[in-house]
Ligand binder design. Structure first.
Ligand code: NAD
Length: 295
């Protein structure tokens, strides 16, 4: 298939490379020259503009930072909907507001395009390994049409429901993850301040009722897990500012529906404080440092 892939950042680049490896012809575009160079070095075809990438594309995949980028790219005068013929498959993998995903999908349907929102979980490691989880919103027939492309980039492909539901699932999952990371950090800090070895404490909690994903593979205390970002200066991984964005999306969805999410709101404030202290680009498990003992 001839695919236009727009947004070749930390996630988009390895995803596009996996599509190449599956035998697709991929034309990639990004605003950043460095991203285009990395794509070309990996064997991809770089386009000079989004418009050029879209020419003759049978499918369009986007992996952009946030709602405003997606809205501008799809709905602008020179945007995707204006550039590609009716019937083209459009898949947005960015994490954005469910309401914006529904707005763009409605405009796409009106112009005769077929659109999926397909945000991912699994981070840059999952993107490279082709083991991402996709949470997909859109019509069943469109989902089945997009499935082979998603399978080239991921392992677990879930059809969550109508347009926007992929984003809703993603927002709920990441709100829970943000809360769990802050809670796990708090428990570890409490134990350590009271004389516990973090390895022993983590091991016991991992086999007790406090068990959760952060203790399993992403322990926030440096030195407990060799492969976790905490043991590498909190570099790479999933950034504080990206978590903050997702917790903000959760609060927007909560306000729109009058849903009480007090822990989600508290978690958002914690990550906001941490970001404003200058740590926005560190991995989100560095929230552990915000909770250091003052004693
Ligand atoms: P990134 O900032 O590394 O990449 C985004 C890329 O989009 C950048 O290279 C930027 O230059 C490009 N871009 C922006 N506007 C553009 C435009 N109009 N045309 C072409 N290119 C444009 O971000 P990322 O880490 O790859 O994340 C992308 C999305 O995936 C975000 O929505 C994020 O929330 C989500 N996500 C990230 C992770 C992660 O671990 N990094 C995990 C799951 C989901």
């Amino acid at each position: 298939m001839r695919i236009a892939f727009i947004g070749l950042g930390n996630m988009g680049l390895p995803m596009a490379v996996n599509l190449l490896a599956a035998g697709h012809q991929v034309l990639g575009y990004d605003l950043a020259e460095a991203a285009l160079e990395a794509f070309a070095a990996a064997g991809g075809q770089r386009a000079a503009s989004a418009r050029q990438a879209l020419e003759g594309a049978q499918a369009v995949i986007t992996m952009l930072p946030a709602s405003r980028h997606v809205e501008a790219l799809y709905l602008g005068d020179e945007g995707v909907l204006a550039a590609v013929p009716a019937g083209t498959l459009l898949v947005d993998c960015s994490t954005i507001a469910p309401a914006v995903a529904r707005k763009v999908a409605a405009a796409a349907a009106e112009s005769g395009h077929f659109m999926l929102d397909a945000p991912v979980s699994g981070g840059t490691g999952g993107a490279k390994a082709g083991t991402l989880t996709f949470m997909v919103g859109g019509e069943t027939a469109t989902f089945e049409r997009g499935r082979p492309l998603l399978e080239a980039m991921g392992k677990n492909i879930f059809h969550a429901g109508d347009c926007g539901s992929g984003q809703t699932v993603k927002v709920c999952n990441n709100m829970l993850l943000g809360i769990l990371m802050a809670g796990t950090s708090e428990a570890l800090r409490l134990g350590i301040a009271n004389g516990m070895d973090p390895n022993v404490l983590s091991d016991v909690m991992l086999r007790s009722s406090g068990r959760n994903w952060t203790l399993e593979v992403y322990n926030p205390c440096p030195g407990v897990m060799a492969q976790a970002p905490a043991s590498h200066g909190y570099a790479d991984g999933f950034g504080v500012d990206l978590m903050l964005k997702d917790l903000g999306l959760a609060q927007e969805s909560a306000l729109a529906t009058g849903t009480p999410t007090p822990l989600g709101a508290l978690a958002r404030n914690l990550y906001d404080l941490h970001s404003k202290a200058g740590h926005g680009r560190l991995d989100f498990s560095s929230i552990y440092n915000l909770l250091a003992s003052q004693a």
